[in-house]
Design a protein around this ligand. Structure first.
Ligand SMILES: Cc1cc2nc3c(=O)[nH]c(=O)nc-3n(C[C@H](O)[C@H](O)[C@H](O)COP(=O)(O)OP(=O)(O)OC[C@H]3O[C@@H](n4cnc5c(N)ncnc54)[C@H](O)[C@@H]3O)c2cc1C
Length: 408
């Protein structure tokens, strides 16, 4: 049965409008996420950012609620929900449950390739372990010399009997210092790299291959930990492979399929980020409303003067948030229809992160120095949104990919 959800009634300013029609199952997940997020205090949200500390306990609690493997088959412990539901919970987490938001999104992103390319044994171990929070997953693609240009990665993998030997460094890895296993892309070298070439992957990046690497494998270590402007509290760091031994059964997909593995998950991951960013934008709007309503009540603003000018800006921001929201749920519906569309995912990611940046920035402008008070979370959203415009493919690169698709 489809229902139209109009407004949430948590607080005066708590009015995110969901114009789309959602099924009762989808609204069930939204309500669950809302309850979970409301139980997280403002102090906890601020502390994870201030102290740059990841809340593993909160992540495990989220997994116990079924959020950690929401869009996957119950056969391996998944919650069996659709991608629209997953976006609804991500929006809610972006809005007010920031201590686990990004790690949870990446955790699901990592299960996607296992679900699609993994062996039954890999699914049994890693999907089941991820669903209940026993394992936290992280995604290792970016390197010091390879960000937007993923084909330029330098980490190598060489087959040596019953295991692969990995060497190299991955950087800016969300959850890196807390994760139990990593989806890692490396360039195959040595004799085995012939397979990749023979399988028709001779083009640039064609020998990139995906592996599942556990944190306890010999030769794996955590490198530099980052103290960043935004997206703090997610254990973001370098991970280092020094003759790291990965059992051959932890090859994910075939030799030379690494880019396919990585890009297939990122197409969905960008929709997840878009949902989180609409949550940031809504969170910024919530904060602005609370403050404007307070000023209005105190008589500092009246509808006849300042608030009128403010009202035009406020209305404009609300239009932008709702437009971004409409696009992301459209992108999520594409995913659910099995038509995962890289261009639409890129549009959603770009639109939502740019909207979050705009709303947070303008809300701060409208509130003056009050807007910088950290308990409003506006300044946190402003910093996080800046990072959101960069990660999982910068918004400039997204625009180029969209243009390339149009020109095809
Ligand atoms: C908070 C955060 C979390 C992250 N988490 C992860 C993670 O979990 N796993 C992971 O693998 N990576 C992660 N990353 C890395 C992220 O995906 C990269 O930072 C991103 O892809 C951009 O790469 P780069 O930083 O090397 O920038 P660069 O690629 O060096 O780009 C620098 C600038 O040049 C522009 N540019 C680059 N190439 C072109 C071109 N051909 N034409 C025009 N302009 C271009 C870019 O748009 C950008 O403005 C994370 C990053 C951040 C900030």
């Amino acid at each position: 049965m489809l229902e139209t959800r109009k407004a949430d009634t948590g607080t005066d300013a708590d009015k995110n409008i969901l114009l789309g029609r959602f099924s009762s199952e989808q609204l069930h997940w939204l309500d669950k996420a809302r309850q979970f997020a409301r139980a997280v205090s403002l102090d906890e949200v601020m502390a994870s950012d201030r102290d740059n500390v990841f809340r593993r306990d909160m992540f495990e609690a989220a997994c116990r609620e079924g959020f950690g493997s929401l869009p996957f088959n119950p056969q391996y412990g998944g919650s069996g929900a659709d991608y629209v539901s997953f976006c609804l919970i991500n929006e809610e987490f972006g809005r007010r449950c920031l201590p686990v938001m990004s790690s949870l999104g990446v955790h699901v992103l990592c299960q996607e390739p296992i679900n699609r390319f993994g062996t039954p044994e890999q699914k049994e171990k890693y999907l089941r372990g991820s669903s209940d929070g026993t394992y936290l997953a992280a995604f290792g693609l970016t390197e010091p010399n390879a960000g937007s240009d993923t084909a330029a990665i330098e980490t190598t993998a060489r087959l040596a009997g019953d295991h692969y030997v990995l060497n190299g460094t991955k950087t800016f890895i969300t959850s890196g210092a807390s994760a139990d296993y990593f989806i890692v892309m490396a360039k195959l070298i040595g004799e085995a790299s012939q397979d990749a070439t023979e399988s028709g992957a001779a083009k640039r990046g064609g020998n990139i291959t995906a592996f599942i690497v556990e944190k306890d494998y010999p030769g794996f270590s955590i490198g530099q930990k980052f103290d960043m402007l935004g997206m703090r509290g997610y254990s973001t760091c370098e991970i280092v492979f020094s003759d790291c031994q990965v059992p051959s059964h932890n090859l994910l997909g075939q030799h030379g399929e690494g880019r396919k593995v990585a890009l297939s998950s990122l197409a969905k991951g960008r929709v997840t980020i878009a949902a989180q960013a609409v949550g940031w934008a809504q969170g910024a709007l919530d904060a602005l409303l609370i403050e404007l309503q307070r000023h209005y009540r105190d008589g500092d603003l009246t509808l006849a003067n300042e608030l009128n000018g403010m009202a035009v800006k406020l209305g404009d921001l609300a239009v932008k948030v709702e437009a971004a929201r409409a696009l992301i749920y459209q992108a999520a519906r594409f995913v659910d229809a099995g038509e995962s569309n890289v261009s639409v995912a890129g549009m959603a990611k770009t639109m939502a992160t740019d909207t979050a940046m705009l709303v947070a920035g303008q809300a701060i402008d409208m509130l003056g120095s009050d807007g910088l008070k950290n308990e409003l979370l506006l300044e946190r959203i402003f910093r996080d949104a800046k990072a959101g415009q960069i990660y999982e493919g910068t918004n400039q690169i997204q625009r180029m990919l969209i243009a390339r698709d149009l020109l095809k």
